[in-house]
Structures are given as C-alpha cells and as structure tokens.
Design a protein around this ligand. Structure first.
Ligand code: APR
Length: 244
C-alpha cells in the first residue's frame, strides 16, 4: 500500500482524544452492501431513501418491513473485517477513543469495541412505532411488521430513517466528543448525510487534525488534512501497525 504520511502517523500516535466516525464503507468488506449499492436483486427498483423513511413505512409497512428483514439476513452472515478489528485495537491502545458509527449492523461491537455511539440505531433491535420503547420480539419468518405486545401498534426496526432526528443521547455524546477531540478520523462515509457529516466541522473548530479513510473522493476530502485513499480493511490495520 502507499506509504502513510509521517505526520499523520505522528498525530494519531500522540492523540489525546481520537474520534472515529464510521460509515457503510467500513462494513463493505464484510459483505454488507453500502447505502448506494444496497438495492440489489429483488430490491434494485427501489432507492434506499424511498424505503428508509417514516412516509414509506406509513404507505407500505409490509414492503419496508420485508426490506429490513432482507437486510437483516445479509447482516446475519457478515463478520467483522480487519477494519473493525483495527478500530477495536485502537480503542485499547490510545488514551481515549470515541467511536461514532452510522452503521446499524453491530459489527463494531462484534469486533470488540466496547463503547459505541450508535448514531443511526441498530438493525438488530425493534421498537414500537407509537410508544418508541424497545420491543423484544421474535421476527424470524415475518413478512409484515409484528404488533407491539403492549399497545398493538406496528413494530419497526430501531434505526433512524431519513427525515428523523438522531437519538438525543447519541447526538449529545457525539457532538461533545467531536468538540473535545484532537484527532478526528472519518472512515467509509460519503459525508453527505447530516448531522453525522457536520461533526467534522465541530472537530475542526476545536483545532483537531482531520483524517479521511475512503476508497473514493468525498465531500469531506477537501476539508481533511490527510486522506488515505485505500479500502478501510487495509488502511486501518496499516495505521494501527504504524503507531504500535
Ligand atoms: N473502504 C473505505 N471506504 C469505502 C469502502 C471501503 N472498503 N467501500 C466503500 N467506501 C466508501 C464509498 O466511497 C463511500 O464514500 O464508503 C462510502 C459509503 O457511502 P454510502 O453508502 O453512500 O453511505 P453514507 O452516505 O456514508 O451513509 C451514511 O446514512 O442512511 C444513513 O445509516 C445510513 O450509514 C448510512 C449513513
């Protein structure tokens, strides 16, 4: 792989507080499709934005539910990749690491990351669409949203849909961490979806060094001090080795 800039490695190695924001690209090498190529096969005629919204769920609950059941089945066979593993190792190695993920697949936790801010929720959980409380319910084989055992309303995945707000505690913790960090690293995200994408501006205002790991150029690339144009599963282990 291309050599990592010496100054990048030095900044990371002496980080007092590292914030890592991850997006779908970090799970791509685990076989979880990224947002822009999520609609494959059966789902090719839908845009994710048209399935992941409260309006879509209202209009056609069974369709949205089946799409999530399909996504769950894909995620069920996915395993953490070297990017997830390297992030968990960074958490153990550095003084302070805050991991904020937009991914709903739970792969960071599976890789051993202990404290994860789930910015967009977690696809493995369900909640009542009216009471908003977590519902522990068996969903295998269902083709339409089960009913909440308490109030009878539809159950939905505990994820943040387009047009919905970020859970208060996740937003507060992430905003605080971004404004406190001295190194901010965004990996595998297009930097198009807000407010996650706006966290970089908080970090920049706090004087943090901004690093991007992405196989492509993104909306964040110009703002970043360093970019590593490599797959996350190669770049993150290489960074870990370089500072170890
Ligand atoms: N390594 C690094 N980056 C990668 C890799 C990889 N192996 N594969 C893809 N990428 C990059 C792509 O270049 C792209 O910039 O990951 C990014 C994935 O982008 P999208 O799928 O468009 O996702 P993003 O816009 O970042 O999604 C943000 O919004 O809808 C919510 O929760 C959903 O997590 C999603 C979030």
């Amino acid at each position: 792989m291309e050599l990592l800039p010496v100054k990048l490695v030095a900044a990371l190695g002496r980080a007092r507080h590292l914030v890592i924001l991850t997006g779908p690209g970090v799970s791509a090498e685990s076989g979880v499709p990224t947002l822009r190529d999520a609609s494959t096969g059966l789902w090719a005629r839908f845009l994710p934005e048209e399935l992941a919204s409260p309006e879509a769920f209202e209009r056609d609950p069974a369709l949205v539910w089946q799409w999530y059941q399909w996504r769950r089945s894909v995620i069920a066979s996915a395993r953490p990749n070297p990017a997830h593993v390297a992030i968990a190792a960074l958490e153990r190695l550095l003084e302070r690491v805050t991991l904020i993920t937009q991914n709903v697949d739970g792969l960071h936790q599976q890789a051993g990351s202990r404290s994860v801010i789930e910015f967009h929720g977690n696809i493995h959980r369900n909640r009542c669409s009216v009471e908003q409380v977590i519902v522990d319910i068996e969903t295998a084989g269902t083709t339409k949203p089960p009913k909440c055992p308490n109030c009878g309303a539809r159950v939905r995945p505990d994820v943040v849909w387009f047009g919905e707000t970020i859970p208060r505690s996740a937003l507060d913790s992430a905003t605080y961490a971004a404004s406190d960090c001295d190194v901010y690293l965004a990996a595998g995200t297009s930097a198009l979806v807000h407010p996650a994408a706006s966290l970089a501006a908080e970090a920049q205002a706090a004087g943090a060094v901004l690093i991007e790991i992405n196989s492509q150029e993104t909306a964040f690339s110009e703002q970043a001090d360093y970019h590593v144009r490599q797959p996350a599963g190669i770049a993150l282990p290489a960074l870990l080795t370089a500072i170890n």
